[in-house]
Design a protein around this ligand. Structure first.
Ligand SMILES: Cc1cc2nc3c(=O)[nH]c(=O)nc-3n(C[C@H](O)[C@H](O)[C@H](O)COP(=O)(O)OP(=O)(O)OC[C@H]3O[C@@H](n4cnc5c(N)ncnc54)[C@H](O)[C@@H]3O)c2cc1C
Length: 246
């Protein structure tokens, strides 16, 4: 099947932390390509005589937004960074997709553990309406969302996740700070890398399914820890935010 390409036009963008820009695009054709929450798009960026590819998870919360939304982390001298952090409303970019298998499946599961670093949390943001449905359909399902960042002020969408947790009692949000231990620590906040949180979860490879998204080192280390608890590739789903670099 031919891969779909489409032009996306920036409607607005906003820095949501000191290092992350949230961008909302419209499509040149009237509607968003159908996507499953958790999928990503790939931007095709012309550079000299080449087209460079950089992927971004779709952050759009369907039902709440008509935009194609992404959150881009700042990478010094990065190709996508230079494009996205300077893009002006009305300017367009070519994209392809949607792609990706970091999606919720129809399966028998007691608990989903959704783990992210930084912008790796955007697929889970996009999943929120689906998560709400799953919680309603399955009265025993629990969902834990764990987000690791360096410091509290680098948290992405904390109000949205905390609000969602307040509205859904079997959904828990936890944040982890690798370079800060706030003195006024809240009950959902922890010090350390996000994977230290596994020790408090009473992991059970028979019942839990773990999603890992973001920093490749976090994903590799988490997978090692999970394997020690009996997990393997069938109940751990991974999406590494690797730069294609060319
Ligand atoms: C499936 C997928 C989904 C992704 N989703 C997102 C997303 O939602 N949001 C997002 O911000 N990013 C996401 N990424 C990463 C994104 O595609 C880019 O790789 C990233 O934004 C850097 O691109 P750049 O062109 O700005 O930097 P580049 O031009 O690729 O890199 C600039 C410099 O930084 C170095 N570098 C690049 N990445 C890293 C890194 N991780 N750690 C250390 N050094 C690095 C490079 O080696 C180079 O020297 C995703 C990646 C994949 C594969």
């Amino acid at each position: 099947m031919a891969i779909k390409q489409f032009n996306i036009i920036l409607d607005w963008s906003q820095m949501i932390t000191s290092r992350v820009c949230h961008l909302a695009f419209q499509l040149e054709a009237a509607e968003l390509p159908a996507f499953i929450p958790g999928q990503f798009i790939t931007l095709l960026i012309p550079q000299d005589d080449k087209i460079l590819r950089r992927s971004f998870s779709i952050a759009t919360v369907q039902g709440k937004s008509q935009h194609l939304e992404i959150a881009a982390g700042h990478m010094e001298n990065g190709v996508a960074t230079n494009l996205l952090f300077n893009l002006q409303p009305g300017e367009s970019v070519t994209a392809s997709g949607p792609f990706g298998r970091l999606i919720l499946r129809d399966e028998d599961v007691k608990r989903y553990i959704l783990v992210a670093t930084g912008t790796g949390v955007t697929p889970y943001r996009a999943m929120l309406p689906q998560i709400a449905e799953r919680l309603q359909q399955n009265p025993h399902l629990e969902i834990v969302l764990m987000l690791g960042v360096r410091k509290r002020d680098e948290l992405l969408y904390p109000e949205e996740f905390l609000q969602f947790a307040a509205e859904h009692e079997r959904f828990t949000f936890q944040s982890f700070y690798s370079r800060e231990q706030p003195t006024d620590q809240k009950e959902y906040e922890y010090a350390g890398h996000v994977q230290v949180g596994f020790t408090n979860l009473n992991l059970n490879a028979e019942h839990d399914i773990v999603y890992l998204c973001g920093n490749p080192d976090m994903i590799d280390h988490s997978f090692e820890l999970l394997k020690e608890q009996g997990f393997d590739a069938h109940n751990v789903r991974r999406e590494k935010y690797i730069s294609s670099g060319h």
